[in-house]
Design a protein around this ligand. Structure first.
Ligand code: IFM
Length: 442
């Protein structure tokens, strides 16, 4: 069986971690959390496989100590977790649910007690339903609501977290939720998309300012990237791939680091943007201490008839994960070098998510997920190559610690290093977990 490169192959001080997110693991029916737009999206027929939701998930809300023990026993330095806005502020504004805030307080202390660095993400997609009713990310006011939520978290946890980032994967929140309709709130509306994509960045910038005002450091942003291959050698396919790349890989980075949006995106979204969007870049471009890259796969892009963006995704030839995603570690290397060159320069980079879904089954107590180990090994090699070429990559965080709620695909897609039986909620470390423990010298 393949093994993972050992910790010693990476520069001194390089950090390794595992990630999860609140709605995907906690069990949102516990602890006084308010309803989220994912609850209503999932309850609407046709949106989510078997209409599954995050009501129980992995019941991390009650089993968090066992989960932190697993992270510590594997030798991870860091745990990337998120705070649910609706757990902390059930209506999204106003009253704080102290039980929810206390939960995160215990969680952070539990990490510190085990020598694990808490890497906080403020928002990983569970918008309080009451704010969704007010237009959610479409409403410019969300930047103020998010700043207030950030304030509550910063006051309570800001003195103890190792790092923090405001919003996980802006592309998924903005595009998948408002243009493709595949994520909550399930809209397919270009004006909603343009407003949401801009307001996400505005809220990001406001949150950074709030955290700085509380003396918090080590603040970053986390974006996801997909390598766009033209589906064939034609100039039309090259143009289509560039458009896909601009929407997916350049809109948010260009907004944060260059104070502008790509022309290829404004060709479509321009007429639908909120008023005076050009005036917000001073807030959006608040200086960061690191930048996080989430990377999983590549796409084959072809032109399609119809209105902007007029793109089609074709099936590619490479081996695929259970998500149907091609395995293309070269894409990770390409993004590391490109992002450092075009956007971030000497700013430290972190791989904040990388991993694969596989149809993992138990053989007695064990789960032999050799494919996942090979996936990690190939992507870690891509990181090592980028580091050797001078890219300031400082950490790597695997997705995910646990099998969990994979959004519109329900509980079927297993990304975990630890197998979760969703009936009994029993956790069983997979072979990939043990491979990480060996590589990290645990
Ligand atoms: O499960 C998700 C996560 O919530 C965000 N990044 C991608 C993962 C796999 O699809």
């Amino acid at each position: 069986m393949t093994d993972l490169p050992a910790r010693g192959a990476f520069p001194e001080g390089f950090l390794f971690g595992a990630a999860t997110s609140s709605y995907q693991i906690e069990g949102h029916r516990f602890g006084g959390a308010g309803p989220t737009h994912w609850d209503s999206f999932a309850a609407t027929p046709g949106n989510v496989v078997r209409a599954e939701d995050g009501a129980t998930a992995c019941d991390h809300y009650h089993r968090w100590e066992e989960d932190l023990d697993l992270i510590a026993a594997a030798g991870f330095d860091l745990y990337r977790f998120s705070t649910s806005w609706a757990r902390v502020m059930p209506e999204g504004r106003g009253a704080v649910n102290m039980e929810g805030l206390d939960f995160y307080d215990r969680l952070v202390d539990g990490m510190l007690a085990r020598g694990i660095k808490p890497a906080l993400t403020l928002y990983h997609w569970e918008l309080p339903a009451a704010l969704s009713d007010l237009g959610g990310w479409r409403n410019r006011e969300i930047a103020n609501w998010f700043a207030d939520f950030t304030e509550v978290i910063a006051r309570r946890l800001g003195d103890r977290v190792f790092s923090a980032a405001p919003i996980n994967e802006p592309w998924c929140v903005g595009w998948l939720g408002h243009f493709a309709g595949q994520h909550a709130p399930g809209l397919r509306d270009i004006r909603a998309t343009a407003h949401a994509m801009h307001h996400i960045l505005l809220a990001h910038g406001r949150a950074i300012a709030v955290m700085r005002s509380h003396g918090m450091g080590n603040l970053g942003a986390v974006c996801n990237f997909e390598y766009a291959h033209p589906a064939d050698p034609s100039p039309e396919a090259a143009t289509a791939a560039r458009r896909y790349d601009a929407i997916y890989n350049r809109f948010f980075t260009e907004g944060i680091f260059h104070g502008r949006y790509p022309e290829e995106v404004l060709d479509g979204l321009g007429p639908h943007m909120p008023l005076n969007w050009q005036d917000d870049f001073a807030t959006i471009g608040a200086p960061l201490d690191w930048f996080g890259i989430n990377y999983y796969t590549c796409k084959r892009i072809a032109p399609a008839p119809g209105p902007w963006p007029a793109l089609a995704e074709l099936e590619g030839p490479l081996p695929k994960t259970a998500m149907g995603w091609e395995i293309f570690p070269e894409g990770l290397h390409a993004f590391l070098t490109r992002i450092a060159r075009e956007y971030t320069g000497a700013l430290p980079l972190i791989i904040t998510e990388n991993g694969m879904a596989a149809p993992d089954t138990l053989d007695g107590e064990s789960c032999l997920d050799a494919g996942r180990i090979a996936y990690y090994a190939e992507h870690l090699d891509a990181c090592l190559r980028a580091i050797a070429e001078g890219v300031p990559l400082r950490g790597y965080i695997s997705w995910s610690l646990l099998d969990n709620y994979e959004w519109s695909l329900g509980y079927e897609k297993r990304f975990g290093l630890v197998h979760v039986d969703f009936e009994s909620l029993t956790r069983r470390p997979k072979a990939s977990y043990h491979a990480w423990a060996r590589a990290l010298g645990a």
